[in-house]
Design a protein around this ligand. Structure first.
Ligand SMILES: [Ca+2]
Ligand SMILES: [Ca+2]
Length: 291
């Protein structure tokens, strides 16, 4: 009771004494009153009863099913958040207190294809609310890649890069979005689109009708006065051009890298024009080949 006595002495000189004492009476709980009093005395004691619950998210596959059950364990008690009957394939990307409310939340990947490589994955948050409930956010964005988790203005944030990769010859589009978790919702706080470098001349996969067709563009890349040829075939599965360069002097260069666009840039390296793949990937001549 020594600390309580000390706190009461402090209360006696506090101008808000009546308010505090009225509050203490209404609470009818000497422990809370002692805490309030000690807080007023600016000598806080750790409140061991305020420790946040232990929260742990997990995903499991039962009975040989390909579908997942998303669970959360709170202080040793397990709850199901998404049942296997929903026929989703899930994986936990990360668990931490995303929104800073003292309770652990999770970032979850929904594996759209459930195996295979048909399509990008989706991502969503599961957040622990102060009322002991859990909230599943809307899906944030899709991606073929792992999202990046990083601090942004004192918040935890996730950066998800989406693109239109797939069985399509559409022009490449890549959008980078940043989300934070706020009151159970994924809030987009930044968005940007990857820009294209302008080329002098280019070949795009959209001109191809099918995999057997070959197209080419001609330009004097090495400045010897004779036009060189960039030729390509379509890799239909990814709508990308498998390309190679044939110089007029007989030298050849080929690569395994397929591009939705292969173009000639105005800039040169070692006297040979640089090439651009997709939006901004630049190939430079090192004297013997493009890299
Ligand atoms: Ca939280
Ligand atoms: Ca040439």
């Amino acid at each position: 009771m020594e600390a309580l006595d000390g706190s009461c002495q402090e209360l006696a000189v506090n101008p808000n004494k009546e308010t505090i004492i009225a509050h203490m009476t209404s609470l009818k709980w000497i422990g809370v009153a002692a805490f309030a009093a000690s807080a007023m005395a600016q000598s806080p004691r750790p409140d061991k009863t305020a420790r946040p619950p232990a929260i742990q998210y997990s995903v499991e596959q039962k009975d040989g099913s390909m579908y997942s059950t998303l669970r959360v364990r709170v202080n040793g008690k397990t709850r199901t958040l998404i049942d296997q009957s929903k026929e989703q394939c899930l994986a936990i990307v990360d668990q931490r207190d995303w929104d800073g409310n003292g309770l652990k939340d999770a970032l979850v990947r929904r594996i759209t294809a459930c195996g295979g490589n048909c399509c990008p994955d989706e991502f969503f948050f599961v957040s622990a609310l102060p009322n002991n409930e859990f909230k599943i956010s809307d899906e944030l964005a899709d991606s073929w890649n792992d999202p990046v988790i990083e601090k942004w203005k004192d918040h935890w944030s996730v950066v998800i890069v989406s693109n239109n990769e797939g069985y399509t010859t559409n022009r490449p589009v890549e959008i980078k979005r940043r989300f934070i978790l706020d009151e159970g919702k994924g809030v987009k706080v930044e968005e940007s689109q990857r820009k294209e470098i302008k080329s002098l001349l280019e070949m795009r996969s959209e001109i191809f009708k099918g995999g057997n067709e070959e197209n080419n563009i001609q330009y004097d890349l090495d400045g010897d006065g004779k036009k060189d040829t960039i030729s390509g075939r379509l890799w239909e599965r990814w709508g990308r051009i498998l390309w190679r360069v044939e110089f007029a002097n007989g030298k050849q260069f080929s690569t395994e890298t397929a591009c939705k666009r292969i173009g000639v840039l105005g800039t040169k390296t070692n006297g040979v024009h640089d090439l651009v793949c997709d939006q901004d990937t630049v190939y430079r001549w090192n004297g013997t080949e493009y890299q």
